[in-house]
Design a binder for this molecule. Structure first.
Ligand SMILES: [Zn+2]
Ligand SMILES: [Zn+2]
Length: 114
């Protein structure tokens, strides 16, 4: 019998696992508020953006399409940056705001972006 020890890397933010080498995922992980965006290459203050997005949602809780559009326009419609904000808001507010993003599809937006 052979017993092998294997290193496993976990992303601190989203929990993604890597078995071989660490592909620098954390730096770009959409759950990392200090991430760099590989899609739009813009360095943003996600914490501040998230705060203003949440304020907006609290002020107009019923207007869901408006929220998605507004959040997208905060990050010049970059899908990865939008996803980062959506995930941050969801983590803080739980499922209360989940519905707002039902119609928003990350992969669809990516196709559109490229
Ligand atoms: Zn991650
Ligand atoms: Zn981006």
């Amino acid at each position: 019998m052979i017993c092998k020890m294997q290193k496993i890397w976990y992303c601190e933010y989203c929990g993604k696992r890597y078995f071989r080498n660490w592909p620098n995922h954390e730096k770009y992980c959409t759950m990392n508020p200090d991430r760099e965006c590989r899609m739009c290459k813009v360095k943003r203050d996600y914490r501040e953006l998230e705060t203003s997005a949440r304020m907006l949602m609290l002020l107009t809780p019923k207007d869901e399409e408006f929220h998605v559009g507004k959040i997208e326009s905060m990050v010049e419609c970059c899908p990865a940056c939008t996803l980062t904000l959506v995930r941050m808001i969801q983590r803080r507010c739980g499922d209360r705001f989940l519905e707002a993003f039902f119609s928003w599809n990350y992969h669809e937006r990516c196709t559109w972006w490229w």
